[in-house]
Design a protein around this ligand. Structure first.
Ligand SMILES: [Zn+2]
Length: 346
């Protein structure tokens, strides 16, 4: 099967491995290099006491607890992509503002283990005080990074693991099934999260799911027409799907079309909303923020926002009647309009 799958977007956990908060810690030359690296991203040169620096261990080439691994060449790519990406703090559902910026990254080899270890700087503003303290104090010890890939490759059959039936973590003969992440497209952002949270509780609200959930969702989507009758009715997602099918009297063969239609309706509603927003609010309309706000909402909720804008739009440009009566030209002794009226009266 040569169906092109969407890029695989997911979150991957890492750890905060250290901090360099004491300007006197390293040799002077190291500090100069550090300052220069940070200042490549700042609009005015920052002083060393204006920011804190943390090192993170993002990902590595070993098989991890989710039975996934990165090949060395993809780690090199991630290493190049990470500088400039934002570091977020994530303990609320909506996400939040960036707290820091990844400003450099290096590959760290420890025998067979190769890891991507970027450094991030966080400004010592009043707003960031608690955030920095939480990292320094070891409360925020874990990281969660959003990636997108083209191909999670199955170690058993070499296919896209979303399309085969091998189960990561299970052994087939002598061979362990895991998947290799190939064709990295982007590093989206990094987050720091309280230790032990694994990010799963709130991360599922976002586009990038925690790795096991992302794989499960991707597989489910791919296998849906088969799995709906394949005994996975106990899974909550499958049950919700079956209920929706029942409520809307959908046969399994109609589900794909319904999903297409639903997504198309969403897309149109969002486009119309943004079009009206640009028209009504001009530069004050922050399209990026609105798109992000609308993304997790249901179509009904999107329509609620949309109708608020439609009302404003109608006030600004009152709707014209669709057709206006036009006087018909009279021709001959018996006018056309008179004949028309006669027809109507008949
Ligand atoms: Zn396979």
């Amino acid at each position: 099967m040569s169906m092109e799958l969407e890029p695989f977007v997911f979150r991957h956990e890492g750890t905060v491995i250290g901090m360099r908060t004491n300007p006197e810690a390293g040799p002077a030359s190291d500090e100069e290099v550090l300052l220069a690296a940070v200042n490549r991203f700042a609009l005015r040169p920052l002083r060393r006491d204006e920011f804190a620096v943390f090192s993170l261990d993002l990902c590595h080439n070993q098989i991890d607890k989710h039975f996934s691994r990165f090949p060395d060449e993809e780690l090199e790519k991630i290493d190049r992509m990470t500088p400039g990406r934002p570091l977020m703090e994530r303990h609320d559902l909506r996400g939040s503002l960036p707290r820091g910026t990844f400003f450099r990254s290096q590959l760290h080899r420890d025998e067979a283990r190769l890891a991507v270890r970027p450094d991030v700087y966080v400004l010592r503003t009043a707003e960031n005080t608690d955030f920095i303290l939480n990292i320094e104090g070891g409360v925020y010890r874990e990281t969660s990074i959003g990636f997108s890939f083209r191909l999670p490759e199955c170690s058993i059959c070499g296919k896209d693991i979303r399309t085969c039936d091998h189960v990561p973590g299970r052994s087939y003969g002598q061979q362990l099934c895991y998947f290799t992440m190939r064709d990295v497209l982007d590093v989206i952002e990094g987050s720091v999260v309280p230790s032990g949270s694994q990010g799963t509780g709130f991360v599922t609200q976002e586009r990038a799911l925690a790795l096991p959930a992302a794989l499960e969702a991707a597989r489910k989507a791919y296998h849906m027409p088969i799995e709906v009758h394949g005994g996975v009715e106990d899974a909550p997602e499958a049950r919700a799907l079956l209920e929706a099918m029942e409520a809307h009297r959908l046969a399994p063969g109609q589900v794909a079309q319904a999903v297409d239609d639903g997504l198309e309706a969403r897309r149109r509603a969002v486009e119309r909303f943004c079009g009206l927003g640009r028209e009504l609010d001009g530069l004050a309309f922050d399209e990026t923020v609105w798109r992000r706000t609308l993304e997790p909402l249901t179509l009904r909720e999107i329509h609620r926002h949309l109708s608020a804008y439609e009302i404003r739009f109608d006030q600004k440009y009152p709707p014209q009647p669709v057709s206006r009566p036009e006087p018909l030209p009279d021709s001959g002794p018996k006018g056309v309009s008179e004949r028309a009226m006669a027809i109507l009266r008949a």
